[in-house]
Design a protein around this ligand. Structure first.
Ligand SMILES: Cc1cc2nc3c(=O)[nH]c(=O)nc-3n(C[C@H](O)[C@H](O)[C@H](O)COP(=O)(O)OP(=O)(O)OC[C@H]3O[C@@H](n4cnc5c(N)ncnc54)[C@H](O)[C@@H]3O)c2cc1C
Ligand code: SF4
Ligand code: SF4
Length: 618
């Protein structure tokens, strides 16, 4: 980019699934209609896909809609899920719910037929095919700027219209203002949170969780997996390929909402992750450490035995769902898409389909707005109504009270899940696949539900609580409720009693090297800072001093130090005692520290010059 005034019809902030889909669709529509159009995409990563962390198990139908030629065009698909499990983990045992129970009680976890994707590689493919497509459409100009982060939105003089973004290549005099008739934010909140604040769009505060994950290469000989899973490796497919587990329980047993995932990929790889909600009372969640605890489970140890760690990464997920959607999805001159809008449905762990759908729908509305010279919020409001009518949003609406079920009944996470886990630990015979090994589901169900009724004083109370929870979780239409979320950091309790949940419940027999310290894990995020790494603002050193005293007095880490996913925050000794400091060159730009800082004393900005991790392949 040079210093001249840069002006486009549309700027897309973030090379995200939502924005890249929007660009694809814009190209198709502009080609069909012969509309002249100029589009710019600014992406903070040096390479498209480089800052994308996801699972990802995604419905095929969204690709059939938005990318009908994706098979012929070789979109990278790791596998098609041929068997999915919902499992409860105890420290040394695992119980897979029988398929019939999962189908009846938790159909959102039935992922058979879904694509298993490495989203970073899909995003790379989206960008490459987009650039090729644009070359064939003479009436469209497409300029892509990987390594150019947007740092702030630009407004007109009266401040009621977005007119562009400031793009900071290096964070000094080389900054550029880029102007557009329409700015589309698919940036997971980095800049779009300012739009939500400025235009007072918030209904409920967004609730966030953090996802940490690793991808492993399996050894050539996978006979031990065949025994473990009761599956034969056929046609060179590893026995894990196409298998999906979502797990509850161990290691997140401190009353925090969380769960694990294990997805079997092609080419003898497996991806393992944990998603942990940040509206936790626990000031020291330790996401990366919890992931290591998860991997110490004998089932996971067996899965990765003899394997090799390939990648590590972390990202946050907006999980407030329907109840946290902004009042408006658009303002004068701008729209919000995907996670920036908060379209993820946490109950089914599905955000990619809705992100892509938002881009697909936005393209039609945007082209019409550009063609008529009217990009006002009123003109753009069709985006919101069309998106809300989309069948891809049905789950988001149906699951709108998922988070409320846990906040109304904290015992669910604080007592009952640990009790059920305890029951599994005592009753489950094995870590092997229940279906393959014929475990005793009745005994485990009895242990679990027995535990739940002990927790409630009378059978009537137990039944009422169960009915209410069931309505919130599974029958939103029957509930009439005004939800009031509180921002995640407000839940932190410095006096939260430390539980053993974050310690290894069992340190038994895990094979080395399968467990990594946070310091070592950073190496596998491949962080590289090309320019000065000062991208996190600390607003007040005095606030940090106070915070350090609060947590030190209780023998705890300050939340930013414990919950950073990449060994950035630390305490140094100075004349004033312990002070907050940062090793910014390690940062993977997940924004967890900003969200959990109890004093809201941090802001994580996009780093300069394409710096940060390289998550391609994660
Ligand atoms: C661990 C984990 C597991 C998940 N599993 C699943 C799953 O199994 N299935 C599923 O459907 N969903 C899953 N999700 C959710 C899913 O990944 C997201 O909902 C989806 O990626 C959102 O897409 P998006 O279009 O909003 O863009 P994002 O994926 O949020 O991408 C944002 C892009 O914008 C760029 N960007 C950000 N700020 C700036 C800036 N200021 N300037 C320039 N560029 C910027 C980023 O670098 C990035 O490339 C998971 C998420 C996580 C973290
Ligand atoms: S950044 Fe926040 S969490 Fe960290 S020491 Fe300062 S106030 Fe505490
Ligand atoms: S410093 Fe903050 S944004 Fe960077 S890796 Fe740590 S928690 Fe994530």
């Amino acid at each position: 980019m040079t210093k001249e005034r840069l002006e486009y019809d549309i700027i897309l902030v973030g090379g995200s699934p939502s924005n890249l889909t929007m660009a694809h669709r814009l190209l198709e529509l502009a080609k069909d209609k012969g509309t002249k159009l100029s589009i710019a995409i600014v992406e903070k990563s040096e390479n498209f896909g480089g800052h994308i962390v996801s699972g990802a198990v995604v419905t095929k139908s969204i690709f059939d809609k938005a990318y009908p030629n994706h098979v012929a065009d070789n979109m990278p698909v790791e596998a098609v899920c041929d068997r999915s499990y919902l499992s409860i983990m105890s420290p040394t045992k695992k119980w897979d719910l029988p398929n019939a129970i999962t189908r009846a009680a938790a159909p959102d976890f039935c992922k058979e037929g879904y694509y298993i994707l490495t989203l970073s590689l899909v995003v790379q493919w989206m960008a490459q095919t987009l650039i090729e497509k644009a070359k064939t459409i003479p009436n469209v100009i497409l300029d892509v700027f990987p390594g150019f982060p947007a740092v702030e939105a630009l407004y007109n003089d009266s401040g009621d219209t977005v007119i562009g973004v400031r793009v900071a290549r290096t964070g000094d005099d080389a900054d550029d203002n880029v102007y557009a008739k329409l700015v589309c934010f698919g940036d997971k909140g980095f800049v779009s949170k300012d739009i939500i604040k400025k235009f007072k769009l918030e209904t409920n505060p967004q609730l966030w969780s953090v996802g940490v994950k690793e991808t492993w290469k399996l050894p050539e000989n996978t006979e031990h997996l065949e025994t473990l899973l009761g599956v034969k490796a056929v046609n060179g497919k590893n026995p894990l390929e196409g298998k999906v587990w979502h797990t509850l329980g161990y290691p997140t047993l401190d009353g925090t909402l969380g769960g694990g995932f294990i997805y079997g990929l092609s080419h003898r790889r497996v991806t393992i992750g944990l998603v942990i909600s940040l509206d936790s009372k626990n000031p020291n969640i330790h996401p990366q450490k919890q992931l290591q605890e998860y991997k110490k489970h004998p089932f996971l140890q067996e899965l990765i035995k003899g394997g090799e760690l390939l990648h590590y990464g972390a990202a946050v997920l907006p999980e407030g769902g329907y109840e946290s959607l902004p009042k408006a999805f658009q303002v004068n001159g701008a729209i919000l898409l995907g996670d920036a809008l908060g379209l993820l449905d946490m109950k089914s762990l599905a955000g990619v389909d809705k992100a892509i759908e938002s881009g697909y729908i936005a393209a039609g509305v945007a082209l019409d707005a550009i063609a008529t010279g009217d990009t006002s919020a009123t003109k753009l409001s069709k985006y919101q109504s069309k998106l809300l009518e989309s069948p891809f949003m049905d789950k988001l609406k149906a699951n709108r009270y998922f988070r409320q079920a846990f906040s109304e009944n904290p015992d669910l996470l604080e007592k009952y899940i640990p009790m059920i886990v305890d029951g599994i630990e005592k009753a489950a015979p094995t870590i092997k696949q229940s279906n393959a090994m014929g475990s005793n589901p009745q005994a485990m169900l009895a242990a679990g539900f027995g535990a739940m009724t002990i927790g409630l004083s009378t059978p009537i109370k137990a039944i009422m609580a169960a009915l209410r929870t069931n309505a919130l979780l599974n029958d939103a239409k029957s509930v009439n409720l005004k939800v009031n979320y509180k921002a995640g950091y407000t839940h932190i309790d410095p006096d939260f009693g430390l539980v053993n949940a974050n310690q290894a419940a069992t340190d038994a027999n895990y094979a080395k090297p399968t467990i990594y310290s946070r310091e070592d894990a950073v190496f596998y995020a491949q962080t590289k800072y090309n320019y000065h790494p000062e991208h996190i603002d600390e607003f007040s050193a005095n606030t940090c001093l106070r915070c350090i005293k609060t947590y030190e007095a209780r023998g705890l880490d300050v939340p930013c130090v414990s919950d950073c996913t990449a060994e950035v925050h630390r305490l140094d000794i100075s004349d004033m005692g312990k002070v907050h400091a940062m090793s910014l060159e390690n940062c993977v730009q997940c924004r967890t520290c900003e969200l959990i800082c109890p004093e809201q004393n941090l802001r994580v900005n996009a780093a300069f010059a394409g710096s940060g991790p390289d998550f391609r392949g994660l």
